[in-house]
Design a protein around this ligand. Sequence first.
Ligand code: GRF
Length: 180
Amino acid sequence: MLSGFGSNLQAIIDAVASKELTANISAVISDNEQAYGLERAKKANIKTHVLTTSPSSVMPALEELLTQYSPDLIVLAGYMKILNTDLVKKYNGRMINIHPSLLPKYKGLNTHQKVIDAGDKEHGTTVHFVTEDLDAGPIIAQSKLDVYEHETAEDLKARVQKLEHKLYPEVIRKLANKTL
Ligand code: GRF
């Protein structure tokens, strides 16, 4: 599930294509019809769904769609809507998210700027199970980097995303193989 550029989706598609990851990406769901991630999915012959209306009407539609696919794992990759509690509970332990900070530090948005403002020497990304509390579910894995002097939020974002593209397919592979 995504809302935007879909570079993490691409990393997962590439890992499947290169057989580093054995998985079937049954569908890509977006709340934004302009999301470039949808193009990536189409190029890889993955079914796409767009659910764009207000949260109250999205959730029943989303729940129905997910039931239809009966996924082993739901992967949130830049999905910007907050999911309803019942849905999150239903998929407890089967829904994961990637967040661009070393959680529990810097939940929410603008994480790279927050790291710079705090003068942190270390930054990174976290894969965690999704629970009803935003960016607060059990941590599965993290990947870290050293923050350079004079680095901008954009520079950091680019370097953190490189880590994400390696970490997310690895975590999915380990969950699928039950080696986590
Ligand atoms: C990633 O940095 C991820 O940590 C955050 O949203 C971003 C999505 O990027 N949750 P992309 O759409 O996968 O390029």
